[in-house]
Design a protein around this ligand. Structure first.
Ligand SMILES: N[C@@H](CCC(=O)N[C@@H](CS)C(=O)NCC(=O)O)C(=O)O
Length: 208
């Protein structure tokens, strides 16, 4: 399988999940900072993924799977004993979907594009920052009762939350009011498979 990724983007999340699941991925970087977006092999990325964004996963049958949530489930379901996602049909599976939807629609899409593009204006940025802070407060509260989003073990939702909340340092989101989130991010950042994914995607690593 080949993952199309961009450095410091949401494509880190499926890469972490693949590493934790023991799935080897072929990687191709996409430069999403330029228009048109090009892959490192020089192809117009829109010809590969008409949606124009990462992550995109080329499956072994040649088809392309897009949307980070779908890719996360696809990869984790390939390693059912990894504990990254609860089994289909279990109550916990719906809790997983609840977290993935929350991270995707309430956090990911509040950070991006709003907080990555100051040219969108101060009013839009303030609104996005306020929304992010409200969403983080709920996670902070949850982490007072559980070590991870689905309980006491790292899973796919944590890979996604780690990726998105990690953008705080680029976007001026103040995590000081959320000390449990700070510890949570540090714990995840120390995982060898997380560090390997970050390194492979060209991201800066905090000291271990
Ligand atoms: N709905 C998509 C959104 C993915 C997305 O926002 N990707 C960003 C990077 S984090 C991107 O590639 N942006 C480039 C662009 O939109 O042109 C998903 O959840 O996978």
């Amino acid at each position: 399988m080949k993952l199309y990724y961009a450095t410091n983007s949401c494509s880190l999340s499926p890469h972490i999940i693949a590493n934790e699941a023991g799935i080897a991925l072929e990687l191709e970087r996409v430069d999403i900072g330029r228009s048109p977006h090009r892959t490192e092999a020089g192809q117009d990325f829109a010809a590969i993924n008409p949606k124009g964004y990462v992550p995109a996963l080329r499956l072994d049958d040649g088809s392309l799977l897009t949307e980070g949530v779908a890719i996360a489930l696809y990869l984790a379901d390939h390693a059912p004993t990894s504990g990254l996602v609860p089994a289909e049909g279990t109550p916990a599976r719906y809790r997983l979907l609840e977290w993935l939807a929350y991270i995707s629609s309430e956090l990911h899409k509040s950070y991006s594009p709003w907080l990555f593009h100051p040219e969108l204006g101060e009013t839009a940025q303030q609104a996005a920052r306020a929304k992010v802070a409200m969403r983080l407060a709920l996670i902070e509260q949850h982490l007072g009762e559980h070590a991870y989003l689905l309980g006491e073990h790292f899973g796919a939702a944590d890979a996604y939350a780690f990726t998105v909340i990690g953008w705080s340092k680029f976007t001026g989101v103040d995590l000081a009011p959320f000390p449990r989130i700070g510890e949570y991010l540090q714990r995840i950042a120390a995982r060898p498979h997380v560090r390997a994914a970050m390194r492979a995607q060209g991201m800066a690593l905090a000291a271990a």
